[in-house]
Ligand binder design. Structure first.
Ligand code: HEM
Length: 209
């Protein structure tokens, strides 16, 4: 992957039209970073972060539509509701379940003595189901008022991809539904890819079964 990205970057830099990677390098240069290795690492990071979680969001939305007939009928009648479905999936069945924080120095966290370098596993998916943040959290409700979503993290390292991921997933799911795919059949046998932080549904078509 590194070799591929290195050669992609050099070919984009000599080419006439700047690709995404060359644009990233250009932006990095403007803030004082010219190390190719760093640009390449960040390019790979963008690619994998964007791909996995967004694929998970599409799959988990299919599962939600398959298991909620009323919602399925509502979005068929009014496709503008797809975005609300995606938002509720991000809360109810998020494709990324946790993130981590590492202690910069010894200290106390939630009344617990911790040492520099210790890890805090922040279970974002559980926070989404906190009744203080979202009343009746176990209810899948696309019309939920004041929805609080913790799925993209928080603070200085909050995910920068929320808008993009939501747009891609809405368009993907809308297109799939419009193509006449039988969602219930598609989500009949759902298994999940093994992962320490992601919940990515693997859906089987009739042919796969
Ligand atoms: C449904 C889709 C996505 C979910 C659920 C998701 C979730 C997350 C989470 C939980 C974090 C860690 C935040 C924290 O620790 O506070 C993160 C970081 C990040 N995400 Fe996403 N992400 C998604 C899509 C994307 C997309 C489409 C992109 C890029 C276009 C992206 C780029 C990144 C990057 C670069 C970071 C690191 C930010 C930093 O450390 O400063 N993500 N994401």
């Amino acid at each position: 992957m590194r070799d591929l990205f290195h050669s992609l970057l050099s070919s984009q830099q000599v080419g006439r039209s700047a690709g995404l990677l060359a644009t990233l390098a250009e932006e990095a240069k403007q803030v004082g970073c010219e190390e190719t290795e760093v640009i390449v690492a960040n390019g790979i990071g963008f690619l994998s972060q964007a791909y996995e979680a967004t694929a998970g969001l599409i799959g988990n939305t299919i599962v939600a539509l398959a298991s909620h007939r009323t919602v399925r009928e509502q979005v068929r009648a009014d496709p503008s509701l797809f975005r609300s479905v995606i938002k509720e999936v991000l809360r109810y069945d998020p494709p990324i379940q946790n993130t981590r924080r590492f202690l910069a120095q010894d200290g106390r966290v939630a009344n617990q003595e911790m040492k520099e370098g210790d890890v805090v596993l922040v279970v974002l998916a559980a926070a989404n189901r906190d009744p203080l943040a979202n009343p009746n959290p176990e209810q899948f409700d696309i019309f939920r008022k004041d929805r609080h979503i913790f799925t993209f993290g928080a603070g200085p390292h909050i995910c920068p991809g929320e808008t993009l991921a939501t747009m891609i997933a809405s368009a993907g799911v809308e297109q799939l539904t419009a193509s006449g795919v039988d969602l219930e059949q598609l989500a009949r046998t759902v298994i999940y890819r093994s992962s320490v932080n992601a919940r990515i549904a693997l859906l089987a078509t009739k042919e796969d079964a």
